[in-house]
Write a protein that binds this ligand. Structure first.
Ligand code: FAD
Length: 250
């Protein structure tokens, strides 16, 4: 027997964790949230995204899992991993994902990544988190109105900081609501600044930092506004005044 024959063949590490669904909450016919178990070795920075998906249905002859990028909605210290998802009726992943139930298996990528992280912005005094649609997910589950109008302020861990520092400023473009209009228009008109009690009706490149998550159009328009106010885009490699992430490609 040669040494070669006895050497163990290299074990190919599985590219995904297989995790369990802990709960599912349907908000509307287009949006739902769910949480999965978090592997002990899974580390991420708040604001990052990761690939998640469903195993192939072998009975249908599927060979490969279907995976998509998802922002992690829970903070980096949370015990479970929460996601906020669209339901695209004929979407390869979400037409199936919207049917998941407690106990089902979800594949979780091993390499979370992204630019919506504090490391990618320079130190400042005010941080604007702009999100639309499922682009709200990275703002630590911002999508849930009750959380941002009440629950977070009572949270034993972050309540004090939230009371001192967090302002939730929702605006909608279609349904009737207390505040309406695109936030890009609210920036241009100066209403966002006067509503928030910020002097000067514009962003201040010395102190203001921003993170954007939404559609391509939202990101393009908002980034142009920020640049017109003198803010520069940053990245993990070169921190700047604002960072962007597309909430979906479409
Ligand atoms: C960096 C990154 C982070 C993402 N984070 C999230 C997230 O947190 N939650 C989430 O639901 N999706 C997120 N997405 C989108 C996600 O990867 C999938 O596109 C989505 O789950 C739909 O998958 P699908 O296979 O059903 O349809 P797909 O074939 O992927 O999409 C079909 C079409 O649906 C539309 N669409 C896809 N996703 C969205 C969306 N989120 N909002 C509105 N329209 C959409 C687009 O027009 C797209 O062309 C993210 C994408 C990227 C690139």
């Amino acid at each position: 027997m040669t040494a070669n024959a006895t050497a163990a063949a290299p074990v190919k590490e599985a590219p995904y964790f297989v995790e369990k669904v802990l709960w599912v909450k349907h908000w509307t016919d287009r949006l739902f949230s769910f949480a999965i178990t978090r592997p002990a070795s899974f580390r991420f920075r708040s604001g990052e995204f990761v690939m998640i998906g469903l195993p192939p249905r072998e009975e249908l002859g599927e060979k490969k899992p279907i995976l998509r990028a998802y922002s992690i909605g829970s903070p980096s210290f949370a015990e479970e991993l929460e996601f906020f998802s669209i339901k695209v009726p004929d979407g390869p992943l979400t037409s199936r994902l919207q049917l998941i139930q407690e106990g089902d298996e979800i594949l979780l990528g091993k390499k979370p990544t992204g630019t919506l992280v504090l490391d990618a912005v320079r130190p400042g005094k005010r941080l604007f988190l702009f999100g639309t649609g499922t682009g709200l997910a990275p703002w630590l589950s911002v999508a849930y109105r009750d959380l941002f109008t009440q629950d977070i302020f009572d949270d034993p861990l972050v309540g004090d900081e939230a009371r001192a520092q967090l302002t939730y400023y929702p605006t909608v473009t279609r349904e009737p609501f207390e505040r309406q209009g695109r936030f890009t228009d609210l920036i241009t008109s100066g209403k966002l600044f006067s509503d928030l009690g910020i002097d000067g009706d514009k962003f201040d490149p010395e102190n203001d930092r921003a993170m954007l998550c939404g559609s391509m159009a939202m990101i393009k328009d908002t980034a142009a506004l920020l640049e017109a106010h003198g803010l520069k885009e940053g990245s993990n490699a070169e921190p700047g005044d604002f960072v962007i992430e597309r909430a979906f490609v479409g």
